[in-house]
Write a protein that binds this ligand. Sequence first.
Ligand SMILES: [Zn+2]
Length: 330
Amino acid sequence: MRFIALALGALFLFGSIASAKDKDSRPYQGPIIDVHLHAYPADGNGPAPNAVCPGVAANLEYDPQTPWPAKMGALMTDPPCDDPILGPATDEEVRDETIAIMKKYNIKGVLSGPAARIADWQAAAPGLFIAGRELSLKRDDVSAAEIEAEFENGAFEVLAEVTNQYRGFLADDPAFDAYWAVAAEHDIPVGLHLGIGPPGAPMLYPDFRVQTPLRIEAILNRHQTLRVYLMHAGFPFADDLKAMLYLYPQLYVDTGVLQLAAPREDYYAFLEEIVRAGFGDRIMFGSDQMNWPGMIEEGIEAINDAPFLTYEQKKDILHDNAVRFFRLEE
Ligand SMILES: [Zn+2]
């Protein structure tokens, strides 16, 4: 009996040595940078309050007899899942709940939205928000020279989110050439919406068209010191993204909205492919918080729960890569 106990003890000892050699995949709990936050009103995505289900486009069983906007509205007022991400009823609650989550997780972030709303959020939480400058051609009547003047006056630090895709302007559209030139000249980081959008986007924004990461090539080639991050990581075009990340080592991406847009297994398959290709040092955490502050926690948990990421990779995505990209002093 004694011999067996000793033998078992030895087994446990070896077992614990072996597990100590396993990869360190603890959740990362240090400071976080969220590079994709919006200061939007509670009704920014339809009448408030509303809610969304992770994996929002899966199994919609849609019949186009119902107009798409009505179907989307119904999905958000009566979300078909057990664990929807809830949006509050008022603008103040969107702001205050976002700030509370950011303080809880020690997050700083890049905030885009209407300038007055950004100023309000910054005043409510000094030091938490880096001012972004949202821009959408055709919707916003602002010239490249005016953007340049705003930047020189200190109105913003990051040109994001650039949502030209919603109005049919893809990344290499000549209509944006002068803005790219301003960003390059002043070394302004640019966050560009690229990939897909909400499900049924062209029925909500008639000019919306899909674009793959290949669309950014002409711009990166023309402005080789320009810092661009593809918001939403060009999902779901993993192949095209790997080609761009390989050819253009200055290119970064963020994970914004993927915790909501894709079923979790599909988000993980995409993320794992990019990490496996060796580009884990250029993925930055973005929540794409719009009017659902819980998007931030959902996004952090998705990274921390990813079974294929090491602790170091989680730390890179949730913090270190953004510090490098934005040249933050941490
Ligand atoms: Zn976006």
